[in-house]
Design a protein around this ligand. Structure first.
Ligand SMILES: CC(C)(COP(=O)(O)OP(=O)(O)OC[C@H]1O[C@@H](n2cnc3c(N)ncnc32)[C@H](O)[C@@H]1OP(=O)(O)O)[C@@H](O)C(=O)NCCC(=O)NCCS
Length: 204
């Protein structure tokens, strides 16, 4: 996968360095219980920025993808320094990433999902909601993946019924709601995006 994806207003950087200010920002965004409810209807355990970085870095080594940190592109100077420079002035919007479900821990009796299932997930800080950033980042990431033939097969998402903002984002990026049971979550609806649907969205 591409280490850096840019859109009109955003920069997406795959797994910033360990000392990046992104990792504490990620943990802070996810620590809000009402934010968590929108994603999962449950509470996330407290996380350490260091552990989150290590988990993602391992995934990137193994799979070539993980979390991309999403920041505003105020200027060309506002970029994540992959050599580990000071990025405290960067305005983090949130993250977007892929999860290969072969790597995930079994969560229910319905496990496992179809092999090679690649899930897309996204989470933005509340202060940045409603500006079209979610849709822009999602389109940017999937356009990069399909246009460069970096993804085989299809992408999936699982969205809770009471999360219309997420549904709208995925729909705008070309994902279609499916009645197929992909088996990897206990609640929520599944959405899928294959090359054919992506091409239709790009060239309607
Ligand atoms: C999902 C999320 C990333 C969307 O980010 P965002 O930047 O606010 O999204 P956008 O501004 O691109 O808006 C997407 C669409 O949702 C619509 N929308 C936003 N809030 C809405 C609401 N409460 N009800 C209905 N529609 C809503 C917007 O109008 C827009 O639709 P449009 O393009 O037809 O105008 C953000 O809400 C978030 O981080 N939520 C918590 C994490 C989460 O739920 N992740 C997804 C898990 S599957």
């Amino acid at each position: 996968m591409s280490a850096r994806v840019t859109t009109q207003r955003l920069a997406l950087d795959l797994c910033p360095p360990r000392d990046s200010s992104f990792w504490p920002a990620y943990v802070a965004i996810r620590a809000d219980p009402s934010w968590q409810q929108q994603v999962w209807h449950a509470t996330y355990p407290p996380e350490s920025p260091r552990r989150v970085y290590e988990r993602n870095s391992t995934l990137v080594d193994r799979r070539g993808h993980g979390i991309w940190a999403v920041s505003k592109r105020h200027s060309d100077a506002t970029v994540v320094n992959h050599s580990g420079g000071d990025d405290r002035a960067t305005e983090w919007v949130g993250w977007i990433g892929y999860r290969n479900l072969d790597d995930a821990s079994p969560q229910s009796a319905k496990w496992p999902p179809p092999p090679g299932t690649l899930e897309v997930y996204i989470g933005f800080s509340r202060e940045h909601w409603g500006n079209g950033y979610g849709t822009e980042a999602l389109k940017g990431l999937v356009d990069d993946a399909f246009s460069k033939h970096l993804v085989k097969g299809r992408l999936t998402a699982c969205i809770l019924e009471d999360n219309p903002a997420s549904e709208r984002c995925f729909e705008a990026a070309g994902f279609l709601r499916t009645s197929e049971d992909l088996r990897y979550e206990d609640e929520g609806g599944y959405w899928v995006l294959g090359r054919e649907e992506w091409e239709k969205r790009k060239d309607p």
